[in-house]
Design a protein around this ligand. Structure first.
Ligand SMILES: NC(=O)c1ccc[n+]([C@@H]2O[C@H](COP(=O)([O-])OP(=O)(O)OC[C@H]3O[C@@H](n4cnc5c(N)ncnc54)[C@H](O)[C@@H]3O)[C@@H](O)[C@H]2O)c1
Length: 357
């Protein structure tokens, strides 16, 4: 019997995927500039190996548009609260677009005043947080990127889905010899998107990722989706999930305390909140000195003594950067069932199919 984990994967070139994704977004009512933003964010996730938060999410996002749970043509509005604080109302548009505008604003404030803080309300899922960290890095900025999300994790000691598997991300520019620091991590043992991916691909999941509906450990992704994700580090992981809800939900005026809608549930608006901070790294020394110190940190980390059985130590974000270099050349691997799912979306709006070469 064939091993379901050894699926036949087909590589799609990023530029073909870009054209395809953008056309689908435009055909579903997204303006070309916004479609470009969403496409870039989704393909950035695919390139970095964060397959759970890339173009495979298109069918679920498009279903939200069809069911009028997400407005693809919403224009985010900005309220300048103080010289260093901004507020964005996403008006239930794409989280990618509102967060992109929010980070742009945070960066522009930080360039003048050293720091810029933006709270975003009435938004939607923005996928992989690292694209926002990268947006800040492209402007030589440090950043904090927080979001809340739909309930999936229990409060520590509970078994009810209450807190989101809400990622915490932050970054800092690296120097010429090192790599930028990009930490982007969900507070669960694994991101819930990895369970959806295993379900799509007919794969099993490790036993320590989730509990089933009865509160038992499971390796079946379908059963895991009926239960709760397990937080990383017990109460510490569930504490970080609460922190994401305080900064992104309570503070912004968006849904919180278990009331954000799951991106796979197209029946209602999601009302996600985000919290973004951009920080100028040369506030206390020159940028050159800061980057030199980052280089030193990078070398100290990756050059430190390895534990038994470890071949190489990586800086946070480095594994994804290596993956991106590889996929830019070799293409992005998709299972045939995933390509068929994307092509069904293409059929609905008369867009040409993704071709497997
Ligand atoms: N928008 C949402 O609601 C939402 C919810 C959950 C997850 N996500 C996204 O899902 C993605 C996956 O999250 P995750 O927690 O499963 O990521 P992960 O566990 O794969 O990685 C977490 C972090 O650890 C680093 N890392 C991993 N292995 C490493 C190693 N061997 N050495 C050094 N560093 C290492 C990575 O670079 C990354 O910064 C993230 O991009 C996150 O933003 C989004």
């Amino acid at each position: 019997m064939p091993d379901p984990n050894q699926q036949d994967l087909h590589n799609i070139h990023p530029s073909d995927l870009h054209t395809f994704t953008k056309q689908i977004l435009i055909a579903n009512g997204t303006s070309p500039p916004d479609a470009e933003i969403v496409t870039k964010c989704l393909i950035a996730a695919d390139l970095r190996g964060v397959d759970t938060h890339g173009t495979n999410r298109i069918p679920s996002y498009m279903e939200r548009i069809r069911q009028k749970a997400l407005n693809p043509s919403a224009i985010p509005t900005i309220n300048q609260v103080t010289p260093v604080v901004g507020q964005v109302d996403a008006h239930n548009g794409f989280g990618f677009v509102a967060a992109h505008e929010g980070m742009k604003l945070a960066i522009s404030m930080a360039q003048i005043y050293g720091i810029g803080m933006v709270s975003i309300k009435h938004s939607n899922h923005f996928g992989m947080s690292a694209w926002l960290v990268q947006q800040a890095l492209d402007a030589d900025m440090m950043s904090l990127v927080f979001t809340n999300s739909s309930p999936a994790l229990p409060a520590w000691g509970g078994r009810e889905k209450l807190m989101g598997v809400s990622p915490i991300a932050c970054g800092a520019p690296g120097g010429e010899d090192g790599k930028p620091f990009i930490l982007d991590m969900a507070p669960s043992v694994a991101a819930r998107g990895k369970i959806y991916k295993a379900l799509r691909r007919g794969e099993k999941i490790p036993q320590d990722w989730a509990l089933d509906g009865e509160g038992n450990r499971t390796d079946d992704p379908a059963e895991a989706l009926k239960g709760v994700m397990l937080p990383m580090g017990g109460p510490k992981g569930s504490g970080l999930a609460v922190m994401m809800d305080v900064f992104s939900g309570v503070l912004s005026g968006s849904a919180f305390a278990g009331h954000v809608t799951n991106p796979y549930d197209p029946s209602r608006e999601a009302d996600v909140g985000h919290f973004l901070v951009a920080i100028k790294p040369d506030l206390f020394m020159s940028l050159e000195e800061f980057k030199g110190r980052m280089d030193y940190l990078y070398k100290r980390v990756v050059g430190s003594e390895k534990m038994a059985g470890v071949e190489r130590i990586y800086f946070p974000g480095e594994i994804e950067m290596i993956m991106e270099e590889k996929r830019l050349v070799e293409g992005i691997p998709f299972a045939m069932a995933e390509i068929e799912g994307l092509n069904r979306e293409a059929d609905l709006v008369n867009v040409e199919h993704l071709i497997v070469k």
